[in-house]
Ligand binder design. Structure first.
Ligand code: GDP
Length: 323
């Protein structure tokens, strides 16, 4: 594959080249992998920066409706929007949250938008790596906003928060006064809570839910990366399009503040160093396992550790010495 040409086409914003580039980084073939690494290196010289937004919410809160309405609002402002997904359930169900062709139909027809379904992989770690690289490709392709969507299960929110600049939690109006079982950990990584479906007969409930969450957010410890008033809770309606402009203004205000205060670059630098460490860790393990005889030695040592014939520490030290 001609990586130079592909890099040039991606940098020119060609969506088909971008799609091909993402297919390349998703491939597990060793030769594809080295091409993918070369491509990412060729593109990083560019230094373009998109606003990376993580978006999470349980199925049914209106993520696709929101992304469609929000994405269209952004493209109408002349901005280019990419939508990626981290979907830990896709491996199990065989489908993916963005795989359904009917989702975001209008946005997908918009020339300034790019939508990519979640890669079908069994491990969240694998999906995270591909998505992180896809984010970098979208950024190099000149997208102004990269939205990374995830369903609210397990650890996927943390994974998405670790590859984005700000994190938005989408909720639906609650019936009673319970806080919808939103885990504290998710509240702590949210920069903005959007209570969707604030329309028609759900409007009053949405307003109430929003006030409850605003109260809960005020009780959280103040984080250094937050200006006054953040994290914030707002109501939106994906169907009626209300609150979307306000939500975008809040996101921009937060990003601007963090840029000026140095938090933005610091967070990206931390993310980059984390990914480097993860790549080294995974690469070392892969090399260890591919070394002739090493896999068998590992299995043998595992058996000994299990049987109590060796300590985990001693066995690991011996294995690494042999390597
Ligand atoms: P997702 O599973 O989070 O992607 O949610 P969807 O976007 O598929 O929406 C789930 C359901 O909520 C659908 O029946 C939508 O029509 C409905 N819905 C989404 N957004 C709104 C909204 O702003 N107002 C109302 N009333 N319903 C909405």
């Amino acid at each position: 594959m001609d990586i130079e040409t592909l890099a040039r086409d991606v940098a020119a914003g060609d969506r088909r080249a971008l799609a091909r580039a993402i297919t390349l980084i998703e491939s597990r073939r060793a030769d594809h992998r080295s091409d993918a690494v070369a491509l990412l290196e060729a593109l990083r010289r560019d230094g373009r920066q998109a606003l990376r937004i993580g978006l999470s919410g349980t199925p049914g809160v209106g993520k696709s409706s929101f992304i469609e309405a929000f994405g269209l609002m952004l493209t109408e402002q002349g901005l280019r929007v990419a939508v990626l997904a981290v979907d830990p359930s896709s491996a199990r169900s065989g489908g993916s949250i963005l795989g359904d062709k009917t989702r975001m139909e209008r946005l997908s027809r918009e020339p300034r938008a790019f939508i990519r379904p979640s890669p079908a992989q069994s491990q969240l770690g694998g999906v995270a790596r591909r998505t992180r690289e896809a984010v970098a490709l979208c950024e190099a392709a000149g997208f102004d906003v990269v939205l990374v969507e995830t369903v609210g299960v397990g650890q996927s929110e943390t994974v998405v928060a670790e590859m984005t600049d700000l994190f938005v939690l989408l909720l639906a109006p609650a019936g009673g006064d319970e806080l919808q079982g939103v885990k504290r950990g998710i509240m702590e990584i949210a920069d903005l809570i959007l209570v969707n479906k604030a329309d028609r007969e759900l409007k009053a409930a949405a307003t109430r839910t929003c006030a409850d969450y605003a109260g809960a957010l005020r009780l959280l410890r103040k984080r250094p990366q937050d200006p006054e008033g953040f994290p914030k809770a707002l109501t939106v309606s994906a169907h009626e399009g209300t609150g979307l402009v306000a939500a975008w203004e809040e996101m921009q205000a937060l990003a601007r503040w963090r840029r000026e205060a140095g938090h933005f670059d610091r967070r990206r630098a931390e993310q980059a160093s984390e990914w480097f460490a993860a790549e080294v860790r995974e690469g070392l393990l892969a090399r260890l396992a591919s070394e002739p005889g090493m896999r068998a030695r590992m299995e043998e040592m595992t058996r000994k550790v299990r049987a109590g014939e060796a300590t985990p520490e001693g066995a690991a030290a011996r294995l690494l010495d042999e390597f």
